[in-house]
Design a protein around this ligand. Structure first.
Ligand code: GRF
Length: 266
């Protein structure tokens, strides 16, 4: 059998994807073990799922950190190793026309929260971090401290749309309102942008005339519960490789992108 990988999970809400992964670990469909469940939201119902399965849980309350900064910005203590210039250059969450003030307050508050997350996660020695309905974007500060091995991506996310269409917080809603005839979900590695990292797996469903936003969410979630554990197992088996691809387009323009290649089982 493959090595049992150590998986950390972060959630913000109900945690049905977390449950699918816990179940897959327990039944041997994933060669892995969830070693913690963390949340940015003290009221996340998914925390109960962790507790029920005797998995340690913790909370880093993003909301109170953000409110604290708004009230008394001078009271905020930045992590010692936080280099805002480095983070500003790397981040690609915000478009170029975003005000410097907005970006700065985002990066500062998130880095404070992320330092607390890293502190909580430190003792668990994880191989993989899965985001299962974790509704916060990470800054490069956090990402670089999890992806410490160059070229090895260790943060996985599930997104409720067929990326690169409809990044952001409401993938199924955006898909429905746009009038798409298919919808889907995507598992991807997390990079410095919003829902922009290398794609690991996708599944699609038909959207019919009688579908509603609720019925679309229902179809999508069922696919998520199937797809996410399968992608985590590919990681556990060491079958996910990221490769930088380069293509020459018209007028000799070069298009480069890091993509995931899935290796066959040896
Ligand atoms: C899922 O649709 C996931 O794709 C999105 O948020 C929802 C979380 O559901 N990011 P749950 O908390 O796993 O039940």
């Amino acid at each position: 059998m493959d090595k049992i990988i150590r998986i950390g999970a972060l959630i913000s809400g109900g945690g049905t994807n977390l449950q699918a992964i816990i179940d897959a670990c327990e039944s041997g469909r994933i060669d892995g073990k969830i070693v913690f469940v963390g949340s940015d939201n003290p009221d996340a119902r998914g925390l109960e799922r962790g507790i029920k399965h005797k998995i340690p849980t913790f909370i880093v309350n993003y909301k109170s950190i953000i409110q604290g900064y708004k009230k008394e910005p001078e009271q905020v203590v930045m992590p010692d190793d936080f280099d805002i210039d480095d983070i500003l250059v790397k981040q690609s969450i915000f478009p170029d026309n975003t005000s410097a003030e907005k970006i700065k307050s985002f990066l500062i508050t998130r880095a404070v929260a992320e330092a607390k997350l890293l502190e909580e996660m430190k003792s668990y020695q994880i191989d993989l971090l899965i985001l299962a309905g974790f509704m916060r974007n990470f800054t490069p500060y956090f990402i670089d401290r999890v992806n410490t091995n160059p070229g090895v991506q260790r943060i996985m996310n599930i997104h409720p749309a067929l990326l690169p269409a409809f990044p952001g917080v409401d993938g199924y809603g955006d898909t429905f309102r746009y009038g798409c005839k298919v919808g889907g979900c995507t598992i991807h590695f997390v990079d410095y942008g919003e829902d922009s990292g290398p794609i690991i797996g996708q599944k699609t469903f038909q959207i019919n005339e009688d579908d509603t936003l609720d019925s679309i969410k229902e179809k999508g979630l069922k696919l998520e519960w199937d797809l996410y554990p399968k992608c985590v197992q590919l990681f556990a088996q060491g079958r996910l490789k990221t490769v930088k691809m380069s293509h020459t387009l018209q007028k000799n323009k070069i298009y480069q992108r890091t993509v995931v290649k899935i290796a066959q089982l040896a």
